[in-house]
Design a protein around this ligand. Structure first.
Ligand code: FAQ
Length: 320
């Protein structure tokens, strides 16, 4: 088929809400955009384990420890489904990992902030997973099949994460004066970075318009950010803590909350690599990759040999 005909088949599928699948023809830029977005998303899930993993050994009870451990493990799983979805577009896992470890690839700005207290773990669940859900539920309807399908499970798991975070904060807010202050302090530090997760304003976002035409994105960055602000305000009231924005006010005419200006200098500085923890996060990933060398070698050696029958035999084959 000529390129124009292939393009028409693709355009018709997008118009009729028929999913694009890996073996289908697609424009180069559609492929490029999806590889960029899905791989950045996968890297975010992987780097996103670090701020919370920081609290696994210090969680205040066995129940909290087990829940946090499971949550961090879920994020690793999300990274793996997403790397697999990106691989269906023709990029290899090694290329993506190289892009992350060399500092070339982006990952979400939010994971470059430190987790200073236990309340930060509550704030991450409530706000960061909350923002992730707001952004990712529409991605379950993205036009590219493998990405959309991966998002279904991811969103279900993120919903549990959001609730466990809210419950951590609710417990703190019902506790002592110091615990409530800790929750307020976490909200003060995580609120604005959470709003930045949705990306630049629509008029400065280079990718939104085209991604919406391709039905990868179903809502713009500003639309999703607004929905998030609207729901969080009510949830902060239930917690009894205050969102740190004196411009946050209900606008009867718009039927939405107005809110203050985001510090975009801070955002662009963080995504350029100069946030509070960028260097630490990348160093942790590089070190994990280097320390995992023997696992990759062993897995490869195992895959090259025939699988031995007994579990003890498996270890033998790793050593040989
Ligand atoms: N941080 O034109 P746009 C999670 C970049 S997962 C860093 O608006 P687009 C789960 C953008 O890549 C969180 N960079 O671009 C979890 C582009 O750069 P490029 C991640 C950002 O793609 C919870 C440039 O700015 N979620 O939280 C950010 O149309 C708890 C221009 O931006 C996803 O990845 C940012 N915040 O829209 C894990 C969801 N925002 O490539 C652990 C899927 C923008 O031109 C613990 N992704 N940039 O150099 C998306 O929905 C979109 O990619 C957006 C950006 C909305 C993030």
């Amino acid at each position: 088929m000529a390129t124009e005909e292939l393009q028409k088949v693709f355009d018709d599928k997008i118009a009729e809400e028929i999913r694009i699948e890996p073996k289908d023809w697609m424009p180069d830029d559609y492929r490029k955009t999806l590889i960029r977005q899905i791989s950045q998303h996968a890297h975010s899930e992987i780097v996103g384990m670090l701020p919370e993993a920081n609290w696994i050994t210090r969680a205040p009870s066995l129940r909290r420890k087990a829940t946090l451990l499971a949550k961090v493990q879920d994020e690793a799983g999300h990274g793996l489904y997403l790397y697999s979805a990106a691989e269906t577009m023709g990029i290899t896992r090694e290329e993506m990992v190289d892009q992350l470890l060399s500092g070339k690839a982006k990952y979400s700005s939010i994971f470059n902030y430190p987790t200073l207290t236990w309340a930060d773990i509550g704030a991450i669940g409530w706000l960061v997973d909350g923002a992730a859900i707001m952004n990712q539920v529409p991605l379950c309807r993205a036009s590219y099949g493998p990405y959309a399908r991966a998002m279904v499970r991811i969103c279900k798991e993120e919903s549990f994460h959001q609730r466990q975070g809210f419950e951590i904060l609710l417990t703190l807010c019902k506790g002592s004066k110091e615990q409530k202050e800790m929750a307020q302090d976490a909200l003060n530090r995580w609120w604005w970075p959470s709003l930045m997760m949705f990306g630049p304003n629509d008029d400065t976002s280079p990718h939104t318009a085209q991604s919406m035409k391709w039905k990868i994105k179903r809502f713009s960055n500003d639309e999703l950010r607004q929905k998030f602000v609207d729901v969080c305000n009510e949830q902060a009231d239930i917690l009894g803590i205050t969102i740190p924005d004196d411009k946050l006010v209900w606008n009867e005419k718009r039927q939405h909350y107005d809110f203050g200006e985001i510090n975009w200098n801070e955002f662009f500085n963080v995504i350029k690599g100069n946030g509070p923890c960028n260097k630490e996060r990348l160093a942790a990933r590089v070190s994990a990759h280097e320390n995992g060398e023997w696992v990759r070698e062993a897995a490869l050696a195992y895959a090259r040999k025939k699988a031995p029958k007994s579990p003890s035999g498996e270890f033998e084959s790793f050593r040989n």
